[in-house]
Write a protein that binds this ligand. Structure first.
Ligand code: 3PG
Length: 236
């Protein structure tokens, strides 16, 4: 149970859509979590997906959740045990590289937003059958980029995608200008080398540049509600 800073799924998804950007962070040492969070906040992007690719993930999520000024999620969540750890640490959303029914249903049981990875029409349909209205599009660049997002929008116009994987700032606008794109994820704002060097000023500037680029893209739908109610109903 998340006792730190529970965020209902529709609110978490709405905040991701509002910001339009999700920095994907891998922290080797939770001692860097607070400085990283401050750099994101100062850069104008109080959002972070902390990946479960390092042993410091759960502790780092907890540091961010306890601050109360960052929407923190867990990434690379592969198992229900990681879902439980992420929720206990205070994660407001869960992201997976692929579509695991077990992971999705565990998140629904916790009443927490979940964005499993999809890359094909079959996977979008499977996500919809689990009651979801949005998913991560991964690996975005390798799976056809913005052209694939557009192609999937034809049969699934209401289904929102979080393209992630191989995206850099220069291609941000081509994704964000598409109405089915909820937000764009990536690690380009938070490179591991800068974290390792402790260069949080550089991370702040990369974040600022990404935020500026996102704001320059017209997204009149960014505060439209995303329907995640089916998922919540299923779980109750
Ligand atoms: C992810 O886990 O979503 C991706 O590894 C992040 O992709 P990027 O490092 O190519 O931005």
């Amino acid at each position: 149970m998340n006792t730190i800073g529970y965020v209902p799924p529709d609110q978490a998804i709405a905040q991701l859509s509002h910001h339009g950007l999700v920095p994907v962070v891998s922290l080797d040492d939770a001692a860097n979590a607070d400085d990283l969070a401050q750099a994101l906040v100062d850069g104008g992007l109080p959002v972070a997906e902390i990946t479960f690719r390092t042993a410091a993930a759960a502790r780092s999520i907890e540091v961010l959740a306890r601050r109360g000024d960052v929407l923190v999620g867990a990434g690379t969540v592969l198992t229900i045990w990681q879902v439980d750890r992420a929720v206990a640490a205070g994660a407001a959303f869960v992201v997976s590289p692929g579509l695991s029914r077990a992971v999705v249903e565990r998140c629904q049981a916790h009443h927490i937003a979940v964005l499993p990875g999809v890359a094909t029409a079959t996977e979008v349909q499977a996500a919809m059958e689990l009651g979801l209205g949005a998913a991560k599009f991964f690996p975005a660049a390798a799976a056809g980029g913005s052209e694939t997002v557009k192609a999937l929008a034809a049969p699934f116009p209401g289904f929102r995608l979080l393209p992630t994987g191989g995206i850099a700032e220069r291609s941000l606008a081509e994704y964000l200008s598409l109405p089915t794109v909820l937000a764009v994820g990536g690690s380009w704002m938070v490179p591991a080398q800068l974290i390792a060097r402790g260069d949080f000023a550089a991370i702040r500037e990369l974040t600022r540049a990404a935020v500026l680029r996102a704001r320059q893209t017209s997204r009149p739908w960014r505060d439209a509600l995303v329907d995640v109610t089916i998922a919540q109903n299923r779980a109750s």
